[in-house]
Design a protein around this ligand. Structure first.
Ligand SMILES: CC(C)(COP(=O)(O)OP(=O)(O)OC[C@H]1O[C@@H](n2cnc3c(N)ncnc32)[C@H](O)[C@@H]1OP(=O)(O)O)[C@@H](O)C(=O)NCCC(=O)NCCS
Length: 138
């Protein structure tokens, strides 16, 4: 991550990971982090549209630092592009460890709005983009 790049004020989700989330080394299994990245991305998309969306792509993800049981993991999200039927989101993952914020990984995801048959449909942006950190009421 470019360190000069500011993160959003609040993460879209924040979780504490448990022993059930570990791999054979005793650190957190990467697939668990990926599933939370997907979830955080979907939360971010919900700020743009109320439509049903599916994840169509997650670009290459590199894990730079391990995550340990009991750590608080924060998933910061930013909408990077609203296309015709798709919405792209950037997710930064950080843990707070020994008074320091550690950048664990980041990912770029694309979601597609789908109709009742699962076919792509044009993005209909909500009249008011939701940003709870700045405006607590809808
Ligand atoms: C998502 C899905 C409906 C898209 O159908 P499709 O016929 O491939 O759609 P299109 O080729 O018309 O592309 C739709 C949009 O997605 C974008 N897109 C397609 N594949 C993409 C990819 N791999 N990465 C990023 N964007 C992608 C296109 O650029 C297009 O964006 P735009 O309309 O904003 O320009 C279909 O692939 C699907 O159902 N996938 C399974 C989704 C799912 O179940 N996800 C959960 C994980 S299993």
């Amino acid at each position: 991550m470019d360190d000069s790049k500011a993160l959003p004020e609040e993460p879209s989700i924040r979780v504490v990971l448990l022993p059930r989330d570990t791999n054979s080394q005793g650190t957190i299994f990467g697939g668990i982090i990926l599933s939370y990245i997907d979830l955080a991305g979907a939360v971010e998309v919900g700020k743009t549209t109320r439509q049903k969306v599916v994840t169509v792509g997650i670009k290459e993800v590199s894990f730079r630092a391990p995550v340990f049981v009991g750590e608080v993991v924060s998933f910061y999200t930013t909408t990077t592009r609203v296309g015709n039927t798709s919405i792209s989101v950037h997710v930064d993952v950080e843990v707070w460890r020994q008074q320091e914020s550690i950048h664990v990984t980041e990912a770029d995801l694309t979601f597609v709005c789908v109709d009742e048959h699962g076919n792509p449909t044009a993005v209909v942006e909500s009249s008011k983009r939701i940003n709870r950190s700045k405006n607590k009421s809808r």
